[in-house]
Design a protein around this ligand. Structure first.
Ligand code: TRP
Length: 332
């Protein structure tokens, strides 16, 4: 029997952080056993925001090296750059014809920018390029191209995927047949929100992230910046409202969690101690991954080779789908 298809992308807009890891990378790698997986680097999505070629290129390598360092096996998973699979853009053009402008107006990400512009008395579309406005269409094309069944993503991408499903359904409805597979998001409930340094959701836009592959000294320095309350060392503390413990939980075994909870509740433990414990656990867990990541970043030819091979395999599948669709819609 054919396996179901899992597909997801990460936008190369900066160093990947632990929110990316627990929200997208780890769940995606967990699907590899049971699904045919296609995981890519959404470089054209990043272009909407990053206009510096060196930065875009470096960030693209960083995402590829992250997937590989975290255990993605390119023999089993198609790993590629979105820009290397141009069939995506054929499909995106087709989907544009089935996407109402009103749907795009309702996208949370776009609406947030409009709102911010209004608050600053700017033109409501200030700083919005067409790539950003039609971002959900390209994202729909990314996944629909491969007849994707499930898309492992963080909660913040849920609405984009509802839109992708809407668009696929409009196409199917128009032609009266199931031309496109309607994708479903797969959202990790337990890691809904990885908490950032300041206690808000971890996000590059809040500048509160902990990058995955920081050198130990820098990692320690960042962990020491986690915001806590002003309880004294003696006071018993509540782990469930603590930003340090929120991150500790992600890395700790059940046993380690239980032991740390006891220390919180007993009193006599200061925030400095909890931060040091978090640092030691994270450093121990992440060091082998960081070493692989660093080795890969020094061997960009190897990354290029893997991505190119991935894109060749991906295009074989994608070009069949596009030819099929073109015939169905009357342009081939
Ligand atoms: N929009 C996603 C993000 O910002 C990245 C992305 C692009 C994506 N295309 C996708 C995710 C397709 C899942 C499927 O994180």
């Amino acid at each position: 029997m054919n396996k179901k298809i899992a597909c997801t992308g990460i936008k190369p807009t900066g160093a990947p952080h632990i929110g990316n890891y627990f929200g997208a990378i780890k769940p995606a790698l967990g699907l590899v056993k049971d699904y045919d997986a296609r995981y890519f680097i959404a470089d054209y999505h990043a272009l909407n925001a990053i206009k510096d070629p060196k930065k875009l290129k470096e960030a693209t390598y960083e995402i590829a090296a992250t997937w590989l360092a975290c255990g993605l096996d390119p023999e089993k998973v198609l790993l590629y750059r979105q820009s290397q699979v141009p069939e995506t853009f054929d499909l995106s053009t087709i989907l544009m014809a089935f996407t109402s402008k009103g749907l795009m107006n309702r996208a949370h990400a776009y609406k947030a920018i409009v709102q911010a512009n209004k608050e600053m008395n700017k033109d409501q579309d200030d700083g919005v390029n067409m790539g950003l406005f039609s971002y959900p269409v390209l994202m729909a094309a990314d996944v629909i191209l491969f007849d994707t069944d499930v898309v492992p993503v963080g909660q913040d991408q849920a609405q984009h995927l509802e839109m992708a499903a809407d668009i696929a359904q409009s196409v199917n409805h128009n032609y009266g047949k199931q031309l496109l597979t309607v994708p479903q998001p797969l959202i990790q409930k337990s890691t809904h929100s990885v908490i950032g340094l300041d206690g808000r959701k971890m996000s590059k836009s809040y500048n509160n992230t902990i990058p995955l592959f920081l050198e130990p000294k820098k990692l320690r320095k960042l962990i020491m910046k986690i915001v806590t309350n002003s309880q004294t060392v003696e006071e018993p503390k509540n782990p469930d409202t603590c930003n340090i413990f929120a991150t500790y939980k992600l890395f700790a075994s059940e046993k380690q969690q239980a032991e740390m909870r006891k220390k919180y509740k007993a009193g006599g433990m200061g925030w400095g101690y909890a931060k040091q414990a978090l640092f030691e656990l994270m450093d121990e867990t992440l060091t082998p991954y960081r070493e692989k990541f660093n080795t890969l970043m020094e061997n960009k030819d190897l990354i290029d080779k893997i991505l190119t091979e991935g894109s060749i395999k991906a295009r074989k599948i994608a070009s069949r789908k596009i030819l099929f669709l073109k015939k169905e819609i009357g342009v081939a």
